[in-house]
Design a protein. Structure first.
Lengths: 231, 455, 329
């Protein structure tokens, strides 16, 4: 009997998929079970993960959005708690919990930046700001997109993390998504031919420059030219 | 050669006596008296760069699809106005430099006016006989704010287009006549007729600059006619003004200041990007972006608009006061109202109807300084509320809490500032008195010591 | 040869002769004498030289298109040129010309004698008139009327007294909803958890009444105001995209991933963050808006395409005095 068990264990460990699911489920039990429930069934502290697919798990884990300290916190980008291979395992595990979308493979090189600008303005700029500098939506912080890679951009569009809308293929086709990804990548280093970009959010830093740079420089010149004492 | 020039001028215009007086005209030369000049020179740069821009800008709302050299806008539908500004930025050599210098000059123009206004206010320079000069100055400030707003709205980009819609809404919110006025100016409901753009253009390029220039002329003439004020000091009295003559002393200084202002503006214009409209994209009624703000000098208004709680004042079905009125119209009216009426009210409450050529130090007028500090604190806090969203995004301070904080702070902090400032002024006056008495005592002691017979 | 020689001598004499000035007349100094400062002069010359160099650099950068970062170098060169000029002028002011401190009288506060004369002038000029006040009144009335007449053409600027335009939108019963690219929107393509921008087919999309924001909610979650029973087929609601506060496009949509903990769905405006509840007729949840977004009743056509079922529940855009009077027609 023991020999049979040992053989079975050896086989189980040898099978890569099974092994991954196993360590994935182990990681899940340690880090996710408390809020997301056994086999992703959900609890009052976290949504069910059945059917969310590899796409959602990959996004939330690689951005460090998950694990979340408290259910009422807004997930924010941080250094991932898990190693890449641990994430792979967790993603495989979550994917195995039900039929969901796989991790997308966007092709920004097939997209068009001008089309992306128009699509981004139409669907995304209201929250993310027209060059992805982030913003405010009532009750939440909309993150800047400077650190998101192409896969994460595509994932976020399809998943709709936290309060973000979830854009289906009938609304934004894969081709259009390629253009949006191309645009967001471009917007990380937009055309600053006017000089120092000062944050690409317009009048707030511009006003600071007008007062703190120009204002102090010109007052300094006045002090240099004029008299200082009133006596 | 000098002789020949002078003779030519005098024989043709009879100007020698005037020039003789003008060139020896005396300028009190404290550094803070130069702030108005900074504004003047910024205005000159504005006019110069502005004229250049009019040679390229197309104030037309006819739409076109972009096919120029800036790739990301390819195929985007935009007005000719927006397109011409993109072309100025990308196609016209030195176009972007001139455009950015023009925009920086507008921002710095208002910075200088505000600093100048603060100096005028806190030294009591607006007192008789200079209250008329002061009214003209305040009018120029108001015109400058409008002029700047019109200027950056002409580009028809997403950011300024949103701002125009807000301006329209504030006008609509004026009780009883708002909608009618809005229809007059826009030629119908927003976005109005195509002629609206020409109206903005003519206003920005001709009407307002003419108004400002005329008022500026009157302002400077009055300053010259009454002579500049001065701080109290040795030989400086209500009767005698002490300073540096126009020529040779003041001329290189003023020219140097003009060059310095121009230098700062061109350096900014080339090195620090401002209003990159190609990044914002063209305005469309159905488009919006987060992080949209007006230029800094209208920041007090966006703060006010965001702080006012959501309600329209209605009487049955009649909407007497739509929401934007309080923050967008009443608030600036109150601020300008207080500033305009301040000289008259101060005369009334202090009973001081005398002429003043000498300036107060802020501590010499505790009530004025306290009220001024409170007023400007009020404006400053409302202004800060306007950028609460960017503070939230950058520093993670909850937006909701900021709004709540500011709703209370804009009333409480100015009150505190009023009380504290007045106290500080009185204390400083007190210490001045002690200092003065000590000096007198020392002087007396010295005199007594020198008179004592040598034993 | 000698003629040429004579010309040369004459030229030399003239040129040399020109340089010699007549001896100065003895006169009292206006500007006090000051110590010369040759070092300052050198400095000024150097600064002038720098100004010239930078100005030339500007022209060179302008002319040589292959120089990258044109705007930066143009600004740097021109700005520095002015900066050096400023420095030169300030050195001149401080070191090369006298800085005198002169005293002058302030002008007299007033001129009572001349004021008196002016008063007298005006009074005596009006001596002949027996009914001065009446004449003034008449003149004032004439002037006011004339002024009013001159101002009247300003009314042509726009339909100042027509309020009907505020109640007009391109939407009518049966008008199809189309997307940014003009394609009709099928009800089945409108999914939950996202938001759509729509326009009336064939209309000018730059009118305030044109843009719509469309979202789909679960019919059970809808609590629309009374009388809007059939306005949301399959839970699809449409509202004007133009914020009722100050006219910006309501371009934000908040959709909770985990409704138990996260804020409810909301349409938000990026200008002043007015927040509207799409499940409750876009009533205002937060922010300065004074009234809800107007709702457009929808119907699903036989082809499955979304169409308007009428006009909005109220006028679109920012409020004015008559905004609550009636529905758009």
């Amino acid at each position: 009997m023991r020999r049979l068990l040992l053989a079975g264990a050896a086989v189980a460990l040898a099978l890569p998929g099974a092994a991954a699911a196993q360590s994935g489920s182990g990681l899940y039990s340690e880090n996710c079970l408390r809020c997301h429930g056994p086999a992703g069934s959900g609890t009052p502290r976290g949504p069910r993960l059945r059917g969310v697919g590899a796409i959602a798990a990959d996004f939330y884990l690689r951005t460090g959005y998950m694990p979340l300290r408290s259910p009422s916190d807004q997930p924010t980008r941080r250094h991932p708690l898990f190693t890449p291979s641990q994430i792979d395992a967790l993603v495989a595990y979550v994917a195995s919990l039900g039929k969901g979308e796989p991790v997308p493979k966007p092709h920004p090189e097939r997209g068009s930046i001008p089309v992306g600008l128009r699509l981004f303005t139409e669907h995304c700029a209201g929250c993310h700001q027209v060059v992805g500098e982030g913003g405010y939506v009532t009750g939440a912080r909309v993150p800047p997109l400077k650190q998101a890679n192409a896969t994460q951009i595509a994932e976020a569009v399809r998943v709709g993390p936290y309060l973000m809308p979830r854009f289906p293929k009938t609304q934004i086709s894969d081709r259009e998504l390629d253009s949006i990804v191309a645009y967001v990548e471009w917007a990380k280093h937009p055309d600053d031919r006017g000089g120092w970009g000062i944050g690409h959010i317009g009048p707030v830093p511009e006003g600071l420059v007008a007062w703190l740079l120009a204002g102090t420089a010109l007052v300094a010149v006045c002090v240099l030219i004029g008299k200082r004492n009133t006596a | 050669m000098i002789r020949r020039t002078v003779r030519f001028l005098d024989e043709r215009s009879g100007a020698a006596p005037f020039l003789r007086k003008a060139l020896r005209y005396v300028f009190p030369d404290h550094w803070s008296f130069l702030l108005g000049e900074v504004a003047l020179y910024a205005f000159i740069v504005l006019v110069g760069t502005g004229i250049y821009l009019t040679l390229f800008f197309d104030p037309s709302t006819a739409t076109t699809y972009y096919d120029g050299q800036y790739q990301p806008l390819h195929g985007s539908e935009m007005t000719q106005a927006y397109r011409s500004v993109v072309d100025i930025s990308f196609k016209v050599k030195a176009g972007l430099l001139i455009r950015q210098t023009h925009h920086w000059a507008a921002d710095v123009f208002v910075v200088a006016i505000v600093l100048h206004l603060l100096r005028i206010f806190f030294t009591g320079a607006f007192r008789k006989p200079r209250d008329l000069t002061y009214y003209i100055g305040l009018s120029m400030l108001g015109l400058a704010l409008l002029e700047g707003y019109l200027g950056y709205s002409l580009a028809d980009d997403l950011l300024s287009g949103m701002g125009l819609a807000i301006g329209y809404s504030v006008l609509m919110s004026v009780p009883i006549v708002g909608a009618n006025l809005a229809e007059l100016i826009w030629g119908g409901p927003f976005p109005g007729t195509h002629a609206f753009w020409s109206r903005m253009y003519v206003a920005h390029v001709f009407l307002f600059p003419m108004l400002i220039a005329t008022l500026l002329g009157a302002h400077l003439a009055l300053v010259a006619a009454r002579h500049h004020t001065q701080f109290r000091g040795r030989r400086k009295t209500e009767r005698k003004v002490v300073g540096v003559p126009t020529f040779p002393g003041q001329t290189p200084r003023s020219l140097g200041l003009m060059s310095a202002v121009t230098a700062v503006l061109f350096l900014l214009g080339g090195l620090v990007q401002i209003n990159p409209i190609w990044l914002w994209g063209p305005y469309h009624v159905g488009s919006g972006t987060n992080g949209a703000q007006p230029d800094w000098y209208l920041g007090w208004l966006i703060g006010a608009l965001r702080l006012v709680p959501g309600f329209d004042l209605t009487i049955g079905n009649y909407t007497l006061v739509p929401n934007p009125f309080w923050g967008g119209a009443l608030f600036p009216l109150v601020v300008f109202g207080v500033l305009f009426t301040f000289p008259a009210l101060e005369r009334r409450f202090t009973g001081d109807h005398a002429f003043h050529n000498l300036l107060d130090r802020p501590r010499d007028a505790p009530w004025r300084t306290a009220i001024g500090a409170a007023l400007f604190t009020w404006i400053a806090f409302v202004f800060l509320a306007g950028s609460a969203d960017r503070v939230f995004v950058t520093f993670f301070v909850s937006y909701g809490w900021q709004i709540l904080f500011f709703r209370i702070a804009i009333w409480v902090v100015p009150l505190a500032v009023l009380v504290v400032t007045r106290r500080v002024c009185l204390e400083l006056q007190g210490s001045d008195r002690v200092e003065h008495e000590r000096e007198l005592a020392e002087e007396e002691a010295r005199r007594a010591a020198s008179l004592e017979p040598v034993r | 040869m000698s003629a040429l020689w004579r010309w040369i001598v004459a030229a030399i004499v003239l040129l040399l002769g020109r340089g010699r000035r007549p001896p100065p007349i003895e006169r009292e100094r206006i500007v006090p004498a000051g110590e010369p400062s040759p070092r300052a002069e050198l400095l000024v010359l150097a600064l002038f030289g720098a100004t010239a160099a930078c100005s030339i650099a500007f022209v060179v950068v302008y002319a040589v298109e292959s120089i990258p970062h044109q705007t930066q170098f143009l600004g740097l060169s021109l700005g520095l040129a002015f900066a050096f000029l400023a420095a030169a002028l300030i050195v001149i002011a401080e070191r090369l010309v006298a800085t005198e401190e002169l005293e002058e009288d302030y002008p007299v506060p007033a001129h009572p004698a001349e004021q008196e004369t002016l008063e007298q002038l005006v009074e005596e000029s009006g001596d002949r008139m027996t009914r001065k006040r009446l004449l003034l009144l008449g003149g004032g009335a004439a002037g006011a009327a004339l002024g009013a007449a001159l101002v009247t053409p300003a009314l042509s600027l726009g339909p100042a007294f027509e309020i009907a335009p505020f109640f007009r939108t391109p939407w009518r019963r049966g008008v199809r909803l189309v997307d940014e690219r003009g394609r009709p929107i099928h009800a089945d393509d409108v999914l939950e958890e996202t938001f759509y921008t729509a326009y009336p087919e064939g209309a000018d999309r730059e009118e305030l009444g044109s843009p719509l924001v469309v979202v789909r909610l679960r019919p059970a979650d809808l609590h629309l105001p009374a009388g809007r029973g059939g306005w949301a087929p399959h839970g699809i609601v449409a509202y004007s995209k133009i914020c009722t506060h100050a006219g910006c496009a309501v371009a934000l949509y908040r959709k909770p991933t985990f409704p138990g903990v996260e804020p409810r769905p909301a349409l938000v405006c990026p200008c002043h963050y007015s927040t509207f509840d799409p499940a409750r007729g876009a009533k205002v949840l937060f922010g300065p808006a004074g009234r809800p977004l107007p709702q457009l009743p929808l119907l699903v056509g036989p082809d499955g395409e979304l169409r308007a079922a009428g006009n909005f529940s109220g006028p679109v855009g920012p409020a004015w005095w008559g905004v609550r009077n009636r529905r758009p027609s």
